[in-house]
Design a protein. Structure first.
Length: 60
C-alpha cells in the first residue's frame, strides 16, 4: 500500500493546475475523498440509503 500511495501522490502532483481529483469508496456510505488538499484531508460522506439529486451532490 505504501508504494500505491507514493505513486498516486506522484500522479496527482503531476497534474495541471486546477485539475480536481477525488477517490470514491463505498459500502453502507459513499465517501468522496478530495485529493486536492495537501496536508489536510477533505472527505464528504453520503448516507448510502439517501437519494440525492446530482446538483445537490455537486454543491458538496
Amino acid at each position: 500500500l505504501a508504494a500505491l500511495k507514493a505513486e498516486l501522490l506522484r500522479v496527482v502532483q503531476g497534474l495541471p493546475e486546477g485539475v480536481r481529483v477525488a477517490l470514491v469508496t463505498f459500502s453502507a456510505s459513499v465517501w468522496v475523498h478530495d485529493l486536492g488538499f495537501e496536508g489536510c484531508a477533505r472527505v464528504v460522506v453520503f448516507n448510502g440509503e439517501r437519494e440525492l439529486e446530482s446538483d445537490k451532490v455537486g454543491e458538496f
